[in-house]
Design a protein around this ligand. Structure first.
Ligand SMILES: N=CN[C@@H](CCC(=O)O)C(=O)O
Ligand SMILES: [Zn+2]
Length: 415
């Protein structure tokens, strides 16, 4: 029999098995498939056996060439999937902290030419190598904290050439093969100075989207649907065109004001709706009815510091599948840490550790269309595995502010 390259044994293995066909919702989000004294065998970049130590050894994968890792009772998890990030950019915006503390709102900073527009300036002025070097550092911080697959949006370019450049850079970073990167086109991140919303919406629909599709540069299209940014009408126009050219849809919805974003995401058949801090009851019902995944971003709520969090429990009760992400970006969420997001999800979204973990792994993978490959520890899946120096699942969100991830295995290789 062929031998496994790697055997991880004596761990508390949380498989998240059984949710690969459909995102988990309701009660099923608590079903995490925990195996005490669990083991995993890996061959090449895939998982070939999962079970108790005795079961995996009996399966006969163990040979003289097999490297063994004794997890010593620690937690063994699938790599985190971060389904909403804006990590491709140059510069930073710590100067906005003082404005924020003085009471200037996120949208007012944007209206004054700061916020997203400030990052557009620093990014468009940077060379390809500068942008990639800065982004690699963020990706490395993500990997060390357990993120093995993530989405990256464009959106700090806002011209045809710059948006295409961003997507090319995401592709180049993906080809470096450290993590798996899922590209999203988000030309509709802000309206650039000198353009009306209508003119810029037409540019996105008529020029940007066809070129993105022609070069197969993105899997998803996303829009910042928000009062003063893109209206539901402009958002719908962009998303319908995106669907026509073959992209799947996401929507930044109801983040700062309730503007019917959740309803729109459901109406256009989006895979996911993001933020949803102020989603209406009707919006939540619509998400459930259309199987739209709610990607919740509690680190953004934390950082906006207005004490407004998405109504995760209401969504859960309504049957909306929940995912979690960092929203890593230089303005509203300057963090790369999925473990921190798990803590916030428990403390402020009131999710249980089991629900939060489901949201950060298999449901997050569904939000990126890659649940057949990642998000759980099951035979045939990619060997993206974490060993965390924590004694049980409750400890993971409970202890925050330091990195609990001890070992990261990406596609079968120890990082
Ligand atoms: N809200 C829009 N986009 C990001 C923020 C980007 C930025 O501030 O640079 C978000 O999801 O929070
Ligand atoms: Zn975002």
């Amino acid at each position: 029999m062929v031998q496994a390259d790697l055997l991880i044994h004596s761990g508390t293995v949380v498989t998240l098995a059984g949710h690969s066909a459909q995102p988990a919702r309701g009660q099923a989000m608590s079903s995490v498939g925990l195996i005490k004294d669990g083991a995993l065998a890996v061959r090449g970049d895939s998982i070939v056996a999962v079970g108790t130590g005795a079961e995996v050894r009996a399966a006969g994968w163990l040979g003289r060439e097999t490297r063994e890792i004794n997890a010593g009772g620690k937690l063994v998890l699938p790599g985190f999937v971060d389904p909403h990030t804006h990590v491709l950019y140059a510069g930073s915006r710590e100067n906005e902290l003082a404005m924020k503390l003085a009471g200037v709102s996120y949208l007012d900073i944007l209206k004054q030419g700061g916020g997203i527009l400030a990052t557009v300036r620093s990014t468009t002025q940077a060379t390809d190598e500068e942008i990639k070097a800065q982004t690699r550092k963020r990706l490395a911080r993500m990997l060390s904290q357990g993120t093995t697959t993530l989405e990256i949006k464009s959106g700090y370019g806002l011209t045809v050439a710059e948006e295409l450049r961003a997507l090319h850079l995401i592709r180049e970073l993906d080809e470096e093969g450290v993590q798996d990167l899922v590209p999203t086109f988000m030309g509709a991140h802000a309206v650039p100075p000198g353009w009306s919303e209508e003119e810029y919406t037409t540019l996105i629909a008529e020029e940007m989207l066809p070129q993105v599709a022609r070069e197969s540069l993105a899997e998803y299209c996303d829009v910042f649907c928000e009062k003063g940014v893109f209206s539901p009408e402009s958002s719908a126009k962009i998303l319908r065109k995106a669907r026509e050219v073959g992209l799947k849809l996401k929507l930044h919805a109801d983040e700062l004001e309730s503007s019917g974003g959740a309803e729109l995401a459901a109406r256009v058949g989006a895979v996911s709706a993001e933020h949803l801090l102020r989603a209406s009851d009707a919006g939540i019902r619509a998400l459930a009815a259309e199987n739209v995944i709610a990607v919740l971003l509690p680190a953004t709520s934390f950082n906006l510091a207005q004490n407004v969090y998405a109504r995760a429990k209401t969504m859960l009760a309504a049957g909306v599948p929940l995912a979690l992400a960092t929203d890593s970006n230089p303005g509203s969420s300057p963090t790369e840490s999925m473990p921190f997001v798990l803590t916030l999800a428990c403390l402020y979204l009131k999710l249980s550790p089991e629900e939060a973990l489901t949201a950060a792994t298999i449901n997050a993978a569904h939000a990126l269309g890659c649940a057949a490959l990642v998000g759980s520890l099951e035979v045939g899946k990619r060997a993206d595995i974490l060993i965390l120096d924590v004694p049980n699942l409750n400890y993971l969100p409970y202890h925050f502010g330091s990195n609990p991830v001890e070992t990261v295995i990406k596609r079968g290789r120890i990082v």
